[in-house]
Design a protein around this ligand. Structure first.
Ligand code: DC
Length: 218
């Protein structure tokens, strides 16, 4: 069974997807980490962001491996390295590149196989797994998402202001929606779950009951 979780930045997708996978005994795939990994590799090689063909070739040749929660490029564990604000700022070059997307979607399908898995990202229910058995669109209000992001950054010791987080998030929301290939959209058969004011356990309980319903629709 494939469960897709899509939604905007800061909706809590990875935390929720990981917790749901653990609860169900499913595998978990964070597809954002794959776009981040391509961006990190390009950053390290000093690529010119105005050369989309170079970036596409890099993504096609790069050895990206996912092992549980860890992401590797060319054998090196880059799980933490892909989450810096420096990488976040350039990941859109990978996400906006149609050839990079084609390569990563192919890899996502290969990784999922026909196993039980929770996959999270922006285009999982629309492009990567349109036939998935259970699709969730996870979201929350812009201010709530920015508050959560601010808490995470403060916990990591990054001194940032709320307004700064909110405006960076508004930019990412616009980029995610405007992307010509694989934009953020709610699939017609996805269930919308708003998480404002809900605890992590509350959200996971709600998703478990949705999954149960999809397993036995009658
Ligand atoms: O979820 P995240 O912040 O780790 O995602 C990193 C970037 O990758 C973000 O700008 C959106 C993009 N992304 C995407 O375009 N498609 C996906 N399936 C997952 C992430």
């Amino acid at each position: 069974m494939i469960i897709t979780i899509d939604g905007p930045a800061g909706a809590g997708k990875s935390t929720v997807a990981r917790a749901l996978a653990r609860r169900l005994g499913f595998r978990f795939l964070d597809t954002g980490a794959m776009y981040r990994a391509v961006a990190l590799a390009a950053l390290r090689r000093g690529y010119d962001w105005d050369q989309p063909d170079d970036l596409a070739r890099l993504a096609e040749d790069l050895d990206i491996r996912i092992d549980g929660d860890r992401v590797f490029i060319d054998g090196e564990d880059v799980t933490e390295a892909v989450r810096t604000t420096e990488v976040t700022a350039v990941t859109r070059y990978a996400a906006d590149n149609p050839r990079v997307r084609a390569r990563l979607v192919e890899l996502q399908r290969r990784l999922a196989g026909d196993d039980n898995i929770v996959v999270e990202g922006r285009d999982q229910g629309t492009v990567a797994f349109p036939g998935a058995e259970c699709k969730i669109y996870l979201t929350a209000g812009a201010e709530e998402r920015a508050r959560r992001r601010l808490r995470d950054l403060q916990a990591q010791g990054e001194p940032v202001a709320f307004e700064e987080v909110l405006s960076a998030q508004e930019l990412r929301d616009r980029e995610d929606a405007a992307r010509p290939v694989g934009p953020l959209r709610q699939a017609p058969d996805a269930v919308l779950v708003g998480t404002d004011g809900m605890t992590l356990d509350g959200v996971v309980d709600r998703l478990v009951s949705l999954v149960e319903k999809h397993k036995s629709p009658h």
